[in-house]
Design a protein around this ligand. Structure first.
Ligand code: GDP
Ligand code: MG
Length: 369
């Protein structure tokens, strides 16, 4: 219920309100019976009391790019974002490397050997953005915020291994997000590869392959030999064409963190994927507990760029810390505001950790009896 008070929550959970006030005090907060609780507080209290609450009506407001009030006149075409997902070791990274090497632009040839989680290729004069799965958790996180972070999912299934738990998870994520899938049957060069078995497994999961009269596009490939890679790319583009690939580049920039790391020389480095707006060098970015002015911005080839629009991945330097993959980022007007909000996020995190520590203790108490 929106605007639930301490008393409301006590009634709903069938615990004395004094117990709730006690828990709040344990979290360092003072509240009276009639004061309203934030969603965060309700979650923390429920966690502390060991009950599960379903927060339906009071879900966090949808992020702006979900229901953007963009004037249709402001919408412009953006590159399709293609996310590669699948079970570990089925060849996601190898496949991305292969696609990239077969489609390198002359200027960047030989330049890039390091692993990058996001890059672009140009096909028929159109750019396509590829993202290596930023971990299933990160993807879930992004999706939980209601964002359509990817336009197409490439589901990589090793033909010698078939559908495994993370393949299943990826299928569920893509289906829940309503994102079209192209299945890459990888490792067809391996002697015990069995494409038919994988096609059978797919149809059992409601993904009827075209070969069986269904609509699921499956492409046999080998990241090792390069076989089928062109066809895979063609199919991805066909599927992407059917999607609505427009965004407003004139809005304040926002999007998601694809990956983050601390570089010994450059400090915190984050790869961002722009969903909306244009990010400029010098902008102040807030990404969860990390914030800062963009000191330098690099495209996927490592070249410095001054701005980046929707559907584009960029690496940025200048953040105060390393943001987690899946974190939403946005540009804010003032560094000071960004700092305050990063601090608030930090405090929230600490409180959650505290609450978790608290419930662990009580669990131990329980087990000790
Ligand atoms: P990821 O965990 O899904 O990113 O998988 P990787 O791309 O790291 O690949 C896992 C292993 O499978 C590596 O040893 C790759 O060399 C190998 N591999 C990937 N694709 C193929 C392929 O098409 N054929 C063969 N024979 N090996 C492959
Ligand atoms: Mg990988």
């Amino acid at each position: 219920e929106p605007g639930a008070t301490v008393k409301d929550l006590g009634d709903a959970l069938e615990v004395p309100p004094t117990r709730i006030i006690q828990v709040l005090m344990g979290l360092g907060e003072m509240k009276t019976l009639t004061q309203t609780l934030s969603i965060e507080e309700i979650e923390l209290i429920a966690e502390e009391l060991g009950v599960k609450v379903e927060i339906g009506a009071v879900e966090e407001p949808a992020p702006e790019e979900v229901l953007p009030d963009d004037d249709p006149a402001d919408l412009e075409e953006k590159p399709p974002v293609v996310t590669v997902m699948g079970h570990v070791d089925h060849g996601k990274t190898s496949l991305l490397d292969r696609i990239r090497h077969e489609n390198v632009q002359s200027g960047e040839a030989g330049g890039i050997t390091q692993h990058i989680g996001a890059y672009q290729v140009e096909s028929d004069g159109r750019k396509v953005t590829f993202i290596d799965t930023p971990g299933h958790e990160a993807f879930t996180e992004m999706r939980a915020r209601g964002a359509k972070v990817t336009d197409v999912v490439v589901l990589v299934v090793a033909a010698d291994d078939g559908i495994m738990p993370q393949t299943q998870e990826a299928i569920e994520h893509a289906q829940a997000a309503g994102v079209p899938m192209v299945v890459a049957l990888n490792k067809i060069d391996v002697p015990n590869a069995n494409q038919d078995r994988v096609l059978g497994e797919l149809s059992e999961r409601g993904l009827m392959p075209e070969a069986y009269g269904g609509e699921t596009v499956t492409v046999p490939v080998s990241a090792k030999t390069g076989e089928g890679i062109d066809e895979l790319l063609e199919n991805i583009l066909v599927v992407a064409e059917l999607e609505d690939l427009k965004a407003n580049p004139h809005a304040p920039a926002s999007g998601y963190v694809v990956e983050g790391e601390r570089d010994p020389g450059r400090g915190p480095v984050a790869t961002l994927l722009l969903s909306r707006g244009t990010l400029n060098k010098g902008d102040v970015v807030l990404a969860g507990t990390a914030y800062g002015r963009v000191r330098a911005m690099l495209d996927y080839t490592g070249k410095r760029v001054k701005d980046a629009g929707p559907g584009t991945p960029v690496e940025i330097l200048g953040l105060s810390g390393v943001p987690e993959a899946g974190t939403r980022f946005e540009v804010v007007d003032h560094e000071r505001l960004a700092r305050d909000r990063a601090q608030q996020a930090e405090e929230k995190l600490r409180r959650q950790e505290l609450a978790q520590g608290g419930s662990r203790r009580s669990l131990e108490d329980l087990l000790g009896e």
